[in-house]
Ligand binder design. Sequence first.
Ligand code: PHE
Length: 365
Amino acid sequence: MCNFCCKFAAKFIVCIKMASIKERISALQAQVEGMKANNSKELEELRLKLLSKKGEVGALMDEFKSLQKEEKAQWGAIVNQVRQSIETRFNELKEQINAQADTAAEHLDLTRTPDSIELGTRHPLSLVREEIIDIFSRIGFTVADGPEVEDDRHVFGMLNFAPEHPARDMQDTFFIEKQEGIQSPDDILLRTHTSSVQTRVMTSQQPPIRVLCPGRVYRNEAVSARAHCFFHQVEGLYIDKNVSFADLREVLLYFAKEMFGGDTQIRLRPSYFPFTEPSAEMDISCNICGGKGCAFCKNTGWVEILGCGMVDPNVLESCGIDSKVYTGYAFGMGVERIANLKYRVKDLRLFSENDVRFLRQFESC
Ligand code: PHE
């Protein structure tokens, strides 16, 4: 090839190179605007396609490096600008995606349960207990509390249950610590009634005493629709000067009318408890049939709801209260029993199974 031809060929090659670099630049410029990535995976694909060594910007740089000095000077600024605008756009996209990932991470709570949280409801026994407390608190009763795990002394001894007295069998007891063969005031047991709280109040306070003792009690009974090995009571105690049986009757009538409606009547039947003398059981006129007789009241028109009586002087003395100066009355009722009458729940076991479909029915009653 002659000198002329050589020069011409070289110029021709440069022209081809220039044409391809122009094309690349305008193709890349066109792409900058449309650069998009919705997530880090798409962003990485974009990086590989454009910015990696083998990507389009890499190819442009390779081509640029092969240019002559003068052409490099001519195109250098433009090539740089294209590369920078691609890098800037890429960094913008990267920041956007990172910010999205951050807010997503902020909202991510790994401690949340997959189910939505449902609000609970108050247990029917709590509702009834609160109602009983409310009725008595309106006439001056306050609430006293005591342990469920008790000693024999507070559950039986101070309440006039003589040692080995058969009355102890009235309340089948769960013992926790029991001396072999003999009965000891130090035996530890699950309280069988909340009268044990009354003994604790009487030994720590002087009259006038006017307390309610709500709480859970335990008796060793076979579980059935009508009996359970644990249930709830609210007991009441009033001690002052000149407290009479008539006062007791009046307070119980007030309670029955407040709880079951103004037409409710009461009747007291003689009964026996070691800690009260005289003792009685109280019936109310059946609130289901209005006293006419139905299956619930076994056609008698009456249903039993509580035990009561005048506190035995022996009990007052064993608790350090002078029985010549003070008298008092006590009463005790089962919360489940009252709830049965109020809500007509036939099976006692439902109260302790905690099926929310059952429990949810009462709050608005
Ligand atoms: N403590 C008795 C019981 O559990 C109830 C009661 C309390 C009876 C007070 C009379 C007086 O059955």
